[in-house]
Ligand binder design. Structure first.
Ligand code: ADE
Length: 229
C-alpha cells in the first residue's frame, strides 16, 4: 500500500479521525473536502461523502482515481438487523449487497443487475488484520453481511424483508456502493460500522442519540487497525 483512503458518510463519522490526526491539508474537490495527511510515514486521505450510494460512489472513485489511494477503509454507523448487535457494537462486513436494487420484474434476484453481483466481498487480508487487532484490543467485533440502500430504515417490516432476502446482519446507506467501486477498480477495502440504532420505529430517535458515540467507537477501532498497517 502506498496511500490509504479513509471514508465516512457524514461529517460526524470522520470528525473523531480528524481530531486524532490533527495536522492535515484540506482540498476541496467536486463539492467535498478531502483531508490529506501523513501518519507514521503513511500517506492518508480522509473524506466524508455525504449520505447515500451516489455520493459515496463519487467519493470512493475520487479517492482512488484523483488522489491515487490504493486501499480504502470505511468507518461509520449502521442500523442493526442481527439481534446479537446492540447499540455501540462493532460489525465488519465480510460482504455487502444493495437491498434496494430491484429488477425482479425481469426474473433477476433482488440486489442483482446484469454485469454485477448480489454480494461484493471485502478484502480477506484486511478482515484478517481487523480480527487480529480486535483480539489484541479485546474488542467484540462481529463479522457479517451489510445491506445498503438509499433509505433510512425505521420499520420492522422493511428490516425483516432485508433480513430474509439477504441474510444481512446490519444495514446502512453507503457500504455496498463503495464496495462496488473498489471491486471494479481492484482496490482492497473493508467497511466497518458501529451500531447506532436497530432500524425499528425508534431508529430516528436512537440515531440522533447515538450517532456521535458510535462513530467514535468505530473511529477508535479503525485507528488501531491503521496502526498495524
Ligand atoms: N445508518 C444507521 N442507521 C441506519 C438505518 N436505520 N437505516 C439506514 N442507514 C442507517
Amino acid at each position: 500500500m502506498t496511500k490509504l483512503a479513509i471514508m465516512g458518510a457524514m461529517q460526524e463519522e470522520i470528525d473523531p479521525l480528524l481530531e486524532f490526526f490533527k495536522d492535515y491539508k484540506v482540498i476541496n474537490y467536486a463539492d467535498n473536502n478531502y483531508y490529506e495527511l501523513t501518519y507514521n510515514g503513511l500517506d492518508i486521505v480522509i473524506a466524508h461523502s455525504k449520505i447515500g450510494k451516489v455520493f459515496a460512489s463519487l467519493t470512493a472513485s475520487t479517492l482512488i482515481q484523483k488522489f491515487s489511494c490504493d486501499t480504502l477503509l470505511f468507518s461509520g454507523v449502521a442500523g442493526a438487523i442481527n439481534p446479537a448487535l446492540n447499540i455501540g457494537d462493532l460489525i465488519v462486513a465480510t460482504k455487502l449487497c444493495q437491498h434496494d436494487l430491484d429488477i425482479t420484474a425481469f426474473g433477476h434476484p433482488y440486489g442483482f443487475v446484469p454485469g454485477g453481483k448480489v454480494f461484493v466481498e471485502s478484502s480477506k487480508e484486511l478482515l484478517a488484520l481487523a480480527k487480529k487487532v480486535a483480539e489484541k484490543e479485546n474488542l467484540k467485533v462481529i463479522e457479517g453481511t451489510i445491506a445498503t440502500g438509499d433509505q433510512f430504515i425505521h420499520s420492522n417490516t422493511t428490516k425483516e424483508f432485508i433480513e430474509k432476502t439477504f441474510k444481512a446482519d446490519a444495514l446502512e446507506m453507503e457500504g455496498a456502493s463503495v464496495a462496488v467501486v473498489c471491486d471494479a477498480l481492484n482496490i482492497p477495502f473493508f467497511i466497518l460500522r458501529a451500531i447506532s440504532d436497530s432500524a425499528n420505529m425508534d431508529a430516528g430517535f436512537d440515531f440522533d442519540e447515538f450517532l456521535q458515540s458510535s462513530a467514535k467507537i468505530s473511529s477508535n477501532y479503525l485507528i488501531k487497525i491503521v496502526d498495524e498497517l
